[in-house]
Design a protein around this ligand. Structure first.
Ligand SMILES: Nc1ncnc2c1ncn2[C@@H]1O[C@H](COP(=O)(O)OP(=O)(O)OP(=O)(O)O)[C@@H](O)[C@H]1O
Length: 453
C-alpha cells in the first residue's frame, strides 16, 4: 500500500513539481509539494513525511541547509533525496555525508528517481516488518484454536483487519491481547507501515503525553530537542494503546480530540498536524464499570470500542492447553538448543489440570522454566520443586511499619530472583511475570542497581 507512504517534493520550479507529482501519483504514492524549504517546513509541521525529495538550488533556504535542518532539528530518520542539475553534482555527493539518502540528476531518466524512492520505501517497510517480527516472528505464536470463542476471535481479526475501525481488545492479563493487536495490523492494508505499541500503565501523566503527541524544543524542563510523538510516527500505520484504562483524565480528553479531528498538537506548539493512524486499544479492566465510576470518559469509551474483541481466559479454552504446551516446548527447545523429546505423563497431567490464573503468559513461563532446568530428553515436574523458605521461630522479623516491611520483602525477593537468573533483568522479569520496565523501575526505586548486569 504505497498510498500510505507520504512523500514531500520541494522544488521552486512549478513544472518539475507537477511532473514529479503526476509521475509518482501514477505509481500509487501519496504526494505533497512545496515551492521552497520554508514552505516545506510549514507543511511538515502539519503532517509527518518519511521521505522528502528536495531540489538543491532554491531561492531562500537552499536544499543543503534544508537537509541539515531536517536531520538535526526535525527527525534524523526522515530520508531525503537531493535533486540537482549538472552544476551541483559535487554538492549532491557531499550531502550524502550529511545523511542524504541519495541524489537524482534532473536531466536523467525519471525512472532512476523512482528506483531510489522504491529503495527508501522498501527499507521503510522492511524496518517496520522487522519491528513487528521481533515481537511476532512467524511461528512464535499459535494462532489456531480448538475453542469456539477463540475461533470467533480469529474470525473477527480477519474481518476487522480490512477496515479502519477502532478496535478494543478486552480480556484478563496474559491472554494474548497484544498478539491479537499485532495480527490485526499484519493482516491490514497498513501492514507495511509502523505498528507502535504503548503501554499507558508505564508512563506518568506528563510523560505519556510527550510520548503520544511529541514536544517542541524547550516545551518543558528537560525538552532539549524536538521529539516526534508516536501518534505522528504511526502515520499510515497502527497505534496500540495497551492498558488504556489506566490513562489519566487529561490525556483521555486530548486523545478524544485527536480521534475526532485526526490532528495533533505537539506539546509547546499550537500548530495542528494531520495524522492518519488506526487505533487498537486493550484493557484488562471492565471499562464499562470505569465509565460508571467516572474513572474513564464515556465519550472516549464509545470512540475506542467501535468493535470489541473479547479474548477468553485460558481456563475457558482448556481444549487448547495441550497444543500450547507442545507449542512452547518446541519453541524453547529450538531457542535453547535443548533435546527434549517428550513430556513425562504426570507432568503433562499436572499441566493440563492447572488453573493458570496468569493465562498463556503463565503457561509459557512455566514451560520456559522447565525447559531451562531440564537436562535429559524428558520434561519432568520434579523440577517445579522450589526451596521452601522456612521462617524459624527465633528468626521472626521485628514488627516494622507496613511500608518498610513491604519494601524489605520486595528487596529480598528481587535480589533472590536476580541471583537465580545470573543478574539477567529480562529473564528475571519473565520469571516474576512483570515487564522488564516495571522491574527496572523497582530496581532503581529500591537502589538495587548493583544486582543487575
Ligand atoms: N497465541 C499465542 N501463542 C503464543 N504465545 C502467546 C499467545 N498468546 C499469548 N502468548 C504469550 O503470552 C504472553 C502474554 O501475551 P500478551 O502480552 O499478548 O497478553 P496480554 O493479554 O496483552 O497481557 P497484558 O494484559 O498483561 O498486557 C506473551 O509472552 C505472549 O507471547
Amino acid at each position: 500500500m504505497t498510498g500510505l507512504f507520504k512523500i514531500l517534493i520541494v522544488d521552486d520550479d512549478a513544472d518539475y513539481r507537477e511532473t514529479y507529482k503526476m509521475l509518482l501519483k501514477r505509481k500509487g504514492y501519496n504526494i505533497e509539494a512545496a515551492c521552497s524549504a520554508e514552505e516545506a517546513l510549514n507543511v511538515m509541521d502539519k503532517e509527518f513525511y518519511p521521505l522528502i525529495i528536495t531540489d538543491i538550488m532554491m531561492p531562500g533556504k537552499d536544499g543543503v541547509s534544508f537537509l541539515r535542518e531536517v536531520k538535526d532539528l526535525y527527525d534524523k530518520n526522515v530520508e531525503v533525496i537531493m535533486v540537482t542539475g549538472y552544476g551541483s553534482i559535487e554538492t549532491a555527493v557531499q550531502t550524502m555525508k550529511m545523511g542524504a539518502f541519495g541524489y537524482f540528476i534532473k536531466s536523467h531518466n525519471p525512472e532512476e528517481l523512482i528506483l531510489e524512492i522504491e529503495k527508501v520505501y522498501k527499507i521503510f517497510s522492511l524496518q517496520n516488518i522487522n519491528k513487528i517480527n521481533k515481537n511476532n516472528e512467524k511461528g512464535r505464536h499459535l494462532c489456531t484454536s480448538k475453542n469456539k470463542k477463540m475461533q470467533k476471535v480469529f474470525e473477527m481479526v480477519e474481518l476487522v483487519a480490512a477496515s479502519n475501525s477502532n478496535v478494543l481488545i478486552t480480556g484478563e492479563s496474559g491472554v494474548g491481547k497484544e498478539i491479537i493487536a499485532h495480527l490485526i495490523h499484519e493482516k491490514s492494508p497498513r501492514a507495511q507501515m509502523p505498528f507502535i505499541p504503548i503501554n499507558c500503565q508505564y508512563f506518568s501523566a506528563g510523560l505519556i503525553e510527550s510520548e503520544l503527541f511529541g514536544h517542541e524544543k524547550g516545551a518543558f524542563t528537560g525538552a532539549a530537542s524536538r521529539r516526534i510523538g508516536h501518534l505522528e510516527e504511526a502515520n499510515g500505520g497502527t497505534i496500540f494503546l495497551d492498558e488504556i484504562g489506566d490513562m489519566e483524565e487529561n490525556t483521555q480528553v486530548k486523545l478524544l480530540r485527536v480521534l475526532e479531528t485526526k490532528k495533533i498538537e505537539r506539546i509547546g506548539s499550537n500548530k495542528l498536524i494531520d495524522v492518519d493512524f488506526r487505533l487498537v486499544s486493550a484493557t484488562n479492566k471492565d471499562l464499562g464499570k470505569s465509565v460508571l465510576s467516572g474513572r474513564f470518559r464515556e465519550d472516549l469509551y464509545y470512540r475506542i470500542n467501535t468493535i470489541e474483541i473479547k479474548v477468553p481466559p485460558l481456563r475457558e479454552r482448556r481444549e487448547d492447553i495441550e497444543d500450547l504446551i507442545y507449542f512452547f516446548i518446541n519453541r524453547f527447545n529450538m531457542e535453547m538448543g535443548k533435546g527434549i523429546k517428550t513430556i513425562d505423563e504426570d507432568t503433562k497431567a499436572y499441566l493440563l489440570d492447572y488453573k493458570y490464573p496468569g493465562n498463556i503468559r503463565e503457561l509459557k513461563n512455566i514451560i520456559e522454566r522447565l525447559v531451562v532446568l531440564s537436562n535429559g530428553g524428558v520434561l519432568k515436574a520434579e523440577m517445579f520443586k522450589t526451596e521452601k523458605i522456612n521462617v524459624n521461630e527465633n528468626e521472626k522479623e521485628n514488627i516494622t511499619p507496613y511500608k518498610e516491611a513491604k519494601q524489605n520483602f520486595e528487596k529480598r525477593y528481587i535480589i533472590q530472583v536476580l541471583k537465580e537468573c545470573q543478574n539477567n533483568i529480562t529473564h528475571a522479569a519473565n520469571i516474576m511475570e512483570i515487564s522488564r520496565r516495571q522491574l527496572f523501575n523497582k530496581i532503581i526505586e529500591l537502589d538495587l542497581k548493583e544486582y543487575i548486569k
